[in-house]
Design a protein around this ligand. Sequence first.
Ligand SMILES: Nc1ncnc2c1ncn2[C@@H]1O[C@H](COP(=O)(O)OP(=O)(O)OP(=O)(O)O)[C@@H](O)[C@H]1O
Length: 249
Amino acid sequence: MPAIPATSVRMAASAVDLVKVYGSGPTAVRALDGVTVGFEAARFTAIMGPSGSGKSTLMHCLAGLDSVTSGTVRIGDTDLSSLSDRELTRLRRDRVGFVFQAFNLMPTLTAKQNILLPLELAGRKPDQAWFTTLVDVLGLADRLNHRPAEMSGGQQQRVALARALVTRPEVVFADEPTGNLDSRTGAEVLSFLRTSVREFGQTIVMVTHDPVAASYAERVVLVADGKVVGEIAQPTPDSVLDAMRKLGA
Ligand SMILES: Nc1ncnc2c1ncn2[C@@H]1O[C@H](COP(=O)(O)OP(=O)(O)OP(=O)(O)O)[C@@H](O)[C@H]1O
């Protein structure tokens, strides 16, 4: 059997020479200026950088939520530019999960209905054991029949996490998932994200401004002026803060 080279790690999401320009002419903004970066499967990576550096744009392009000006984006081995709009919609639905700062739950649906919505839209049957695991680990068992307005912010974000993971997506993109939470509730959400990577092999890519939140990740990718300018392995709040200060953030 041929040996697998030590360098062959599986990328859940990647970009090569990614450029994103908003607008045209003198007012054009080069939000991403040639980004090449990979996000390994079953790893928890944070993206950090000063305000306006291109973090959200990078994540939106990786997730197929925004078009790219040039360069290549892949989810797994799939080049997003090779997909029709319909195929892209299906890829986002079936292979990617999203968590946003504003929980984006459907107000008229119960927690359970919100969690199961992605499967419903895909016409897929829930894996009952996986659903129960998610609900238990997230402590949502006694909230399943509540509507979002009847839940705290932390509970709503836990429902959003369950919804993002229920399809077992190849990668979950989280945009400031703790931005609207107090620090204790935020820590619970971050601990769950870490658990989902360690115990369930989930891949997480998270944009954050918070060095403490970033320290839950295994790796921090630093972005400045639309470029990847460095990374930190096994980040701590101090090492992240230090790197951010050097970027002038
Ligand atoms: N839809 C848009 N149209 C025009 N310019 C945009 C658009 N979206 C983002 N930009 C610009 O692209 C650049 C990068 O924005 P982006 O939101 O990706 O940065 P960010 O690092 O996520 O910022 P923040 O930390 O403040 O959320 C900024 O200069 C921003 O003003």
